[in-house]
Design a protein around this ligand. Structure first.
Ligand SMILES: Cc1cc2nc3c(=O)[nH]c(=O)nc-3n(C[C@H](O)[C@H](O)[C@H](O)COP(=O)(O)OP(=O)(O)OC[C@H]3O[C@@H](n4cnc5c(N)ncnc54)[C@H](O)[C@@H]3O)c2cc1C
Length: 372
């Protein structure tokens, strides 16, 4: 196995240390930006290709009293510092472009991490191409099925199925007849209820110059747990994968279209029918993870790798902004040698209780909707 340090640690270059981040989705990019602003050289490793599609909208808390400069920067990149629903693709692109501007960030796509470990002097990631990369600290930003979490918390490695799913669908409004498009003064977010679930409908501005908007729906559904198990999305208590439109059985697509017509108001029923017809609907089994720890030595977790709240809390991404900013603050005095461990202990002491509370706040809701 080739073994490569990620950067030389020449202090004349004012490098305060090195970090590896596993995952270059929203949390990984934010962590990379935050650490690079504190003088660390950062390598971010992402198994997916650059510029993946993603149609969902996230509720972003754009401002927070007392936020640090880094937190303000991240909130600006996410939503221009405003409270709003923002397209995932827009947030990801803004963060990726900011990360690319930094000479301290080495962003590597199509690079899968197979294993992580550490000793007294460094942490490392083994890649599936045989490379080993060393750094002072290693951050797991690798999502709800985190490999790094298995290393940090082997006694509690998995997020657990909450007993329900969401169907996510979206479409550009110009694909609807003009009379069915939402009016300019319709609320940006609507919540519609039914006996076995409910739906959030959203109207989101696009960034192209067309003047058209994107319509999104998130349908909370507790009636299809058997289907999730039959299709291998859920095994035992653990969520294995989501369901892409291509993999939803034809019969289920027909049922979704019919139920949408009877349960939901326009234009959101049309959005669901459109996504069912074009197989762009996405089924996401909901999972939760209350962490007991965030850190092991010089390895730490952030974002969904660290905590998975029910989406109804609208806080997974918002808390990840705070994770990344506080992680940055903690590393401000450098992470070389044994300092890495002190820095990460500090990070854990500032985040653990607060993220545990956040996940628990969604659990009472999940218990009432979920049929585990
Ligand atoms: C339906 C729904 C609605 C939501 N709504 C909101 C909301 O309104 N507001 C809000 O704040 N939050 C919301 N959330 C939560 C939010 O989407 C997540 O918290 C956030 O996107 C998590 O980002 P992440 O970067 O931590 O994880 P992920 O986006 O899962 O990224 C993990 C990354 O790691 C990569 N990776 C994994 N393993 C490896 C490996 N071995 N090697 C290399 N790369 C790897 C993956 O490819 C991926 O890119 C919602 C979630 C859902 C499901």
């Amino acid at each position: 196995m080739k073994s490569i340090p990620i950067f030389n640690r020449d202090k004349t270059n004012e490098v305060e240390g090195t970090a590896i981040i596993v995952g270059a989705s929203l949390s990984g990019l934010m962590a990379g930006i935050a650490l690079s602003r504190e003088g660390l050289n950062v390598t971010i490793l992402e198994r997916a290709k650059e510029g993946r599609p993603g149609g969902a909208g996230l509720q972003v808390d754009g401002s927070r009293f007392g936020a640090s400069k880094t937190e303000n920067l991240l909130r600006n990149l996410a939503s221009g510092g405003r409270n709003m629903i923002q397209l995932w693709t827009t947030i990801e692109r803004n963060l990726r472009e900011e990360a690319k501007k930094s000479t301290r960030i080495n962003l590597r796509y199509e690079t899968r991490v197979k294993k992580v470990d550490q000793d007294d002097t460094s942490s490392w990631a083994d890649l599936d191409n045989g490379e080993r990369i060393h750094a002072d600290l290693l951050i797991g930003a690798d999502g709800h099925r985190s490999l790094v979490r298995r290393y940090v918390a082997p006694e509690k490695p998995d997020a657990t199925f909450a007993g329900y799913m969401v169907w996510m669908a979206s479409m550009d409004e110009e694909n609807l007849p003009p009379e069915d498009r939402p009016s300019a003064n319709q609320p940006r977010v609507r919540m519609l209820g039914s006996h076995n679930g409910f739906l959030f409908g959203s109207v989101i501005n696009r960034e192209d110059s067309s003047g058209y908007r994107r319509l999104g729906t998130t349908w909370y559904d507790n009636s299809r747990n058997d289907l999730l198990r039959q299709l291998g999305c859920v095994e035992g208590d653990v969520v294995i994968h989501s369901l892409s439109g291509q993999d939803v059985p034809e019969q289920t697509l027909k049922e979704l279209a019919t139920q949408a017509t009877s349960l939901w108001d326009e234009p959101f029923a049309s959005v669901m029918r459109y996504a069912a017809k074009n197989r762009t609907v996405m089924g996401i089994p909901i999972k939760e993870y209350v962490p007991e720890r965030l850190v092991r030595g010089r390895v730490a977790l952030i974002g969904d790798a660290a905590h998975v709240p029910a989406p109804v809390t609208a806080s997974g991404f918002n808390q990840s902004i705070i994770d990344a900013s506080i992680l940055g603050e903690c590393t401000g005095k450098g992470v070389q040698g044994s300092k890495a461990m002190e820095v990460l202990k500090d990070y854990e002491s500032r985040r653990l209780q607060s993220v545990r509370r956040m996940v628990k706040s969604g659990q009472s809701y999940s218990r009432s909707l979920g049929r585990a």
